[in-house]
Design a protein around this ligand. Sequence first.
Ligand code: B12
Length: 293
Amino acid sequence: MTPTPGATVVRPYGDTTGDGMVQLSFTLPVGLDKRAEGAALQLAHKMGLDPAMVVHAKPIGDTFTFFVVYGRVHHLVDLSQVEVVEREFPLLSAKEVNAVIRERLRRPLVVLGACIGTDAHTVGIDAILNIKGFAGEKGLEYYKEITVVNLGAQVPVPELVARARVENADAVLVSQVVSQREAHLRNTTEMSAAFREAYPAGHVPLLVVGGPRFDESMAAELGVDRIFGRGTTPREVASYLVHALAGPAGRAGSAERAGRAGSAERAGRAGSAERAGRAGSAGSAEQKSRRSA
Ligand code: B12
């Protein structure tokens, strides 16, 4: 079977197109033996794999086994029913980002970044912020008009909020990688609540979270402005920041964002005279990196 061009209903592909073959991995709390393999197959069958075969079984100590199962599903995927968060802003070059900030904000845009709670996975936030960047793109420290303050790992929420005030942060970028017991969701909710409590309504910095296990459609539920998932690049984040903070009033104040405290007002406030004077005070010298774009 060959794929039909423009088809909206598709099936997984293993050996031949549309054969429905998938691969699934999981761990069972059972030591590796015949019964454990049978248990893995029972689970696969209950999940709709028919036929199914165990293609890999590796003991993890005496009482756990890791399995890879290969089998056929009979489910169809209707592409016309797929819902995703589409990028709602144009992708800009570093030069364009700098130009928008210069023209509209007329001062550097201040970004505060951290991993909060007990999370020590800094590689993700560093990929976005550090000058060395990610996927061939330079991080936000490279942008001449962006001042980056990166607090690193395991930052308690009260410390993050306090620092955001000191730095007069326009945007707070938080990374959450560990998702065990939904830590990433709880920590994000706690963080956004703390900002709402600490700042007057309409003056909360732009709150952005990222990490590989987030569902990008949960921003409103978690009380943040935007979520970025796996594979995010620094340029996407920089483009979003100028879109949200320095974009044309029509965009920054769009109806979709009007329900959340701050977005529209923040856009206005960011360019206000009150903040225009304090460009130089944000962040200590060693935490800032300035590069020409
Ligand atoms: C490196 C690593 C570590 C290093 C971290 C070093 C460091 N300084 O970061 C060390 C060894 C310290 C570590 C420790 C632990 N780790 Co670890 N670790 C990893 C590993 C192998 C890679 C993570 C990584 O660097 N990815 C690369 C970056 C670039 O990707 P990323 O984080 O997804 O970031 C991208 C996007 O998500 C997004 N993004 C991320 N954050 C943000 C933030 C913003 C604002 C934006 C816009 C975008 C954004 O942009 C980035 C670029 O695209 C993963 C497994 C894996 N292969 O993913 C496990 C993994 C994350 N670790 C795991 C675990 C369990 C742990 C430990 C609890 C282990 C233990 N029992 O001690 C500890 C926890 C330590 C702690 N207190 O947090 C689990 C998490 C499971 C879960 N779902 O919760 C994983 C998935 C491994 C696994 N399969 O079990 N780990």
